[in-house]
Design a protein around this ligand. Structure first.
Ligand code: F0G
Length: 352
């Protein structure tokens, strides 16, 4: 088997890179498309469900796809530092790729609202972390301002290279299925990823790699659902901290995706997100982070509308290990503590 070279090399002709681009890669991409029979059963009527498990990227989220591009292009332009605002995953990816490329990484995070694993990553990769007393939207406004005025490259999804890298996930889905799916279910926060997937599906079909385009179904947490409500949410709130965003910067793009793909946006409650999160773990053996489970929660909520026999891909954007706290606080496990270290006791607790 040949080594996977990372997505820039694998999809070079589809990306705005040249021989002059120093490729900064951790061999991201080539994540598995995993059949989900238990979820398919829940949807019924012969619908086939697959999970695009992007939590298996090097820093544990789909952000690596965008970051290999953003950092390579920043390096090509001679940049020595990058900056982002983040609910956690972008900061982890920016930190890892910036350091890999020999650059400084400044990351602004909403103080107290970033999952433990993500904070650990940014720190360990050597980012300069600024926890601001405000939400993601506020932090993003600040980094835009800083990047305008100082010599530091913005690597949020406003950076066009981010979406270029992220569109490769759509290529991989089509490569794996041999056709585009009928529906793509995806969590939506800043609305960059849904825009990137759509670009990827369109480009691939244009080139004859698929004949259909999916309906793009974007799911937001009910407490942070500006795309569903049609207006900014001042105080977004959800257990899915990754998508705790009230004013998505890519909203215009995303509205266009809805229109072009005959798609939709819908809110799922935190309770629905946690049900899907647990179902993925217990039913499919897949541990994703809460925000990612919004895609499956959404599919289950809208299952009646999926055509019989259709193929659906749900995007699992981040790894469950990112947020151990939510898993420990939300599970149906039998967890016996303080067990005496004796065979007898153990067997008894086991019910023998
Ligand atoms: N899922 C996860 C795990 C995320 O981290 C994000 C965004 C999304 C979904 C939504 O993607 O913003 O492109 O619509 N996380 C950003 C961050 C905001 O800072 O890590 P989107």
């Amino acid at each position: 088997m040949q080594d996977w070279p990372g997505l820039i090399e694998a999809y070079r002709s589809w990306l705005p890179v040249s021989d002059a681009t120093p490729v900064v890669t951790l061999r991201e991409g080539a994540t598995p498309l995993i059949p989900a029979p238990v979820i398919a059963e829940r949807v019924g009527r012969g619908v086939k469900v697959f999970l695009k498990y992007d939590g298996l990227n090097p820093t544990g989220s789909f952000k690596d796809r965008g970051m290999t591009m953003a950092i390579s292009k920043a390096k090509e332009a001679g940049s020595e530092a990058v900056i982002c605002a983040s609910t956690g995953n972008t900061s982890a990816a920016a930190a890892a790729y910036a350091r890999r490329g020999g650059m400084r990484a400044f990351v602004l995070i909403p103080d107290g609202y970033v999952a433990q694993g993500k904070l650990a990553q940014a720190l360990l990769y050597g980012a300069e972390v600024l926890a601001v007393q405000g939400n993601f939207d506020r932090a993003l406004a600040i980094v835009r301002d800083v990047a305008d005025r100082y010599p530091v490259t913005l690597v949020n999804s406003l950076n066009p290279y981010r979406l270029q890298g992220q569109k490769t996930a759509a290529f991989e889905v089509v490569d794996a299925l041999g056709e585009a799916p009928d529906w793509l279910c995806i969590p939506v926060g800043n609305a960059g990823n849904i825009s990137a997937y759509w670009m990827g599906f369109k480009e691939y079909r244009q080139a004859g790699h698929s004949t259909v385009l999916p309906r793009m179904m974007g799911f937001q947490a009910a407490g942070a659902a500006p795309m569903v409500l049609g207006h900014t949410v001042e105080q977004p709130d959800t257990i899915a901290t990754a998508i705790r965003i009230g004013n998505p910067v890519n909203k215009e793009n995303a509205l266009n995706v809805r229109k072009e793909s005959n798609g939709d946006f819908m809110a799922v409650t935190d309770a629905e997100i946690i049900d899907a999160y647990k179902l993925l773990g217990q039913g499919e053996g897949i541990f994703c982070e809460p925000a990612s489970a919004a895609s499956v929660a959404g599919l289950i909520k809208r299952r009646e509308e999926v055509p019989a026999g259709a193929t659906v891909v749900c995007v699992l954007t981040g790894n469950g290990l990112k947020d151990p706290t939510t898993a420990i606080e939300n599970n149906d496990a039998t967890f016996h503590t303080g067990i005496a270290p004796e065979t007898e006791t153990v067997a008894k607790v086991m019910g023998f």
